[in-house]
Design a protein around this ligand. Structure first.
Ligand SMILES: Nc1nc2c(c(=O)[nH]1)N[C@H]1C(S)=C(S)[C@@H](COP(=O)(O)O)O[C@H]1N2
Ligand SMILES: [Mo]
Length: 158
């Protein structure tokens, strides 16, 4: 019995340590035209932004999914980002330029979880730009599909 408690306690401590490590790690760097130069954000920082949920289908998954995260607009406003274009870069070296207007015109989400499960690097995570494609016919277009950057880790405001 005592042994089992010890094992359980150890397991819990390891979980807490893992959670702390992942919440403190820098996931997203925002550079260029933002207040105070390059900003390095951890999941802990990103969790301070208002949480939003978006149910939508995607070009790369079956059916609709429930994405949770924050609005790109809220992040940009929070950082005082001022530019016409955002260059989004990903862990797999993918790069795409996104017009800043998208984030005014649409509630574009930066998702950190899908269907209640945190996105992992092995599954489009830890951050994935998700457009509300089911709500707007014009978003169901290849020009927008390019902008659904998964494994997002850097934004350059230009
Ligand atoms: N990180 C990353 N995001 C990406 C891509 C990529 O290669 N890497 N491909 C883009 C393209 S071209 C499309 S059409 C959509 C869907 O890509 P997929 O079918 O390879 O998932 O994701 C976009 N986001
Ligand atoms: Mo594509």
């Amino acid at each position: 019995m005592l042994n089992r408690i010890a094992t359980t306690t150890t397991a819990l401590l390891m979980l807490c340590a893992a959670a702390l490590a992942s919440s403190g790690e820098h996931l997203l760097t925002v550079s260029g035209r933002v207040d105070g130069g390059p900003v390095h954000l951890s999941m802990h920082d990103l969790r301070d932004l208002p949480r939003h949920t978006l149910v939508t289908s995607t070009a790369v998954t079956d059916g609709a999914h429930r994405f949770t995260g924050f609005l790109m607009r809220d992040l940009l406003d929070h950082l005082g980002a001022d530019g016409d274009v955002i260059r989004a870069l990903a862990l797999n070296d993918y790069v795409v330029d996104i017009p800043m207007r998208d984030f005014r015109d649409f509630d574009v989400l930066v998702a950190d979880s899908m269907d209640g499960t945190p996105l992992r690097r092995s599954n489009k995570g830890p951050l994935w730009i998700v457009y509300p494609r089911d709500d707007h016919a014009e978003l169901r277009d290849i020009r927008y599909d390019y902008r659904w950057v998964w494994q997002l880790n850097r934004l350059e405001i230009r």
